[in-house]
Design a protein around this ligand. Sequence first.
Ligand code: ADP
Ligand code: ZN
Ligand code: ZN
Length: 820
Amino acid sequence: MILPVPVGRSFTYAVPPQMAESIKVGSRVVVPFGNNKLHTGIVLSAGDSADSSGYEIKEIAELVDTEPVVGGHELRMWEWMADYYMCALGDVMKAALPGGMKLTSETSIRLIDDFDDFDSLTKSEMTVMDKLSGGRHKTMEELHKAAKGINVMRVVRSLMQKGALEVSETMVETFRAKKEVHVRIVPKYLDETALNELFESLQKTPRRYALMLKLAELASVETAIKMRNPQLMEEVSRNRLLKEANVSAAVLAGLKAKGIVETYDYEIGRLGGNAGSVVDQLPLSEAQQAAFDKISSEWQRHNVCLLHGVTSSGKTEIYIRLIRKMINEGRQVLYLLPEIALTTQITQRLQRIFGDEMGVYHSKFPDAERVELWQKQMSARPFSLVVGVRSAIFLPMQRLGLVIVDEEHETSYKQQDPAPRYNARDAAVVLAQLHGAKVLLGTATPSIESFYNTTIQKYGYVRLDKRYGDMLLPNIEVVDVQDLLRRKMMQQPFSPPLLAEMKQALESGEQVILFQNRRGYAPVVECNACGWVPTCEYCDVSLTYHNDDHKLHCHYCGNTFLIPEKCPNCGGYHLRSFGFGTEKVEEEVRKLFPKARTARLDLDTTRSRSSYRNIIDAFSEGKTDVLIGTQMVSKGLDFDNVRVVGILDADTMLSRPDFRCNERAFQMMSQVAGRAGRRNRQGYVILQTRRADSQLIAQVVEGDYMGMYQAQLRERQQFFYPPFYRLIYVWVKHRDEAVVNETAYLLAQQMLRVFGGGVLGPDKPAVARIQMKHIRKVALKVSPAMPAAEVRANLYSIVGNVLALPRLRSAMIYFDVDPQ
Ligand code: ADP
Ligand code: ZN
Ligand code: ZN
């Protein structure tokens, strides 16, 4: 049994005789755990295995599913993940299943506001609803106590299915596509006799009758029937229908349940051409066709193939061909995208082509929707294509044939917190292997690891050097800021060449992207008199001034602070600020180009629902002229009219204390630069730096991926870093600095003794305290010659030894395998 708890692996329970027949691997059960609290668990194996732990074996309380909700391949991947990333199997289960599928005593539940179909509820369901009325939310445990004698888990599950309840943790603001739910009558009633009979049968339910009458009117159903053309029906939005018919959502739900009407996502429905009609695919260019053929032949010899295609080479079009081919062969495709790119052009384009065959999965979608998609994937008619972010790797697949990992170099594929700290790209390779499926990794700037794997024949390799339509790669000009500063020629963050280019672009109606990888207004604030710098109360980090709310923000814990009226150190009255965050860059652009319409794309402007999409759409439609942003501006976007890209400060990227610093800087700058250029004219990139003569800058300018790769690889080999050695970080956290120090010290000492070399630390990370917790890190470089299982066993036993000391027992220790 797997339980959603952060300890151990699996747990043994006794199967009561009445369940013995129907219990299956992959099904959910409810079991008592710990203080006899109830948890939903997943059956990992069932049989007569004797348990040797010596603990008392409890009985399964309830069998939730008669059919598995997780397939065998998925369970194998969960086990691999727990092993490889050194975490509890329960952590993986927690990450994998949507909240509504893993109720525990602690799960908090609440009413859904617009539910009012109380007629359909049973007596126990009403009791539970009563306990939740008045907008309160309660945990399962509290409900259990309040509603004595009722099987709360079962009742809550059934109420969730009826749309009356939801898990209350899911009401976070979400990234969602703009959409509107529309309603239509199902096609079989688009016939005069059928429609008359339907209305006849609805006579007894006046509210349903009223709703259908309104729907028929708004949708011009009669006309459609008369002209024998269903396409003449008008679109009807759900909200308008409910308002005009003056009935509740429950009435609609009832009609939907009876199969009389259906609801659909208007935008998706429209893009998909309704029920799965297929938009024509574009013919591939010669270069694209050659790449397509080569991918297929690489798959004869390798399970994984890397498609290394420059920006705008038309990789998406190739993916579309491969997806179509797989679907035609009756297999499923999983298409992974980095978090932020999900709401953009690529998804829309896929939706237009694959319509009803495609589902979209995002961990920030409301829980009910995630559960629905999950269940669909386990049903007899799953989606053939699922497009999703990192966590979509957990969705059950029945006939998986291909996983595409787009922008495979992206760091957001790696989950940082909480466990499992997995990389979805690497998990995809494992998952595909279990299914006998292929993997395609696509990017313009491969990660060093993936490229290395092609050179040792582990992965296949296909290169696409030409941009689609023979568009030229942008021309990159390096501007030496050091020199300009000396000659006092910088105008705030802009060099004269950048200003000149911006001016020309704006005058001729073209667009500009400015890239500054710092949000807020001013990254540094300081007392004019004594040099005091405001820092976060909870983290060891200086604060950034934000002009939007005139406050100081901590970018680590998110707390904000008022600007002190006078310096707390010397009592002086003048705080001054330095540096340029995106807010200040925007302000400067507005000063210099008062007519330009500007927009900002960073974490602060994209917090609310769909604001990311709105900003991107406005820029693509030419409603804004200058887009200023953090690295968000580099992600998977394709604009037509961008003449200039300005990289305002390359140096912040070049000076991070991290062995991947140069690789990341190259990727980020190449990706941003790739946004410049238009159909028939070369784009221009101005790259401002104080290190104009550095080798990496030259490699970015030349588009010399191989040069960067070889230089990095030499360094990695020399200093025992990936891909030659594996890295495992051991993190220690505690509120008490002395505890953290001692724990980390003992860990490092014992690791040195066991592993000999390869131990670095303990180190204080750059931000050594976050949210009141002190942090230390011990790094281990693992030679490929060491068996992984042995390394893990050693690490676990070292941690066990250290935590056995009573004074260190409360230290938090966890592993990060293959850290980013
Ligand atoms: P990449 O993902 O490699 O950066 P895209 O797939 O976004 O490139 O393609 C770049 C541009 O070229 C897009 O605007 C796309 O619509 C266009 N394009 C790519 N392939 C074709 C094709 N075969 N026919 C017409 N347009 C294409
Ligand atoms: Zn001062
Ligand atoms: Zn903080």
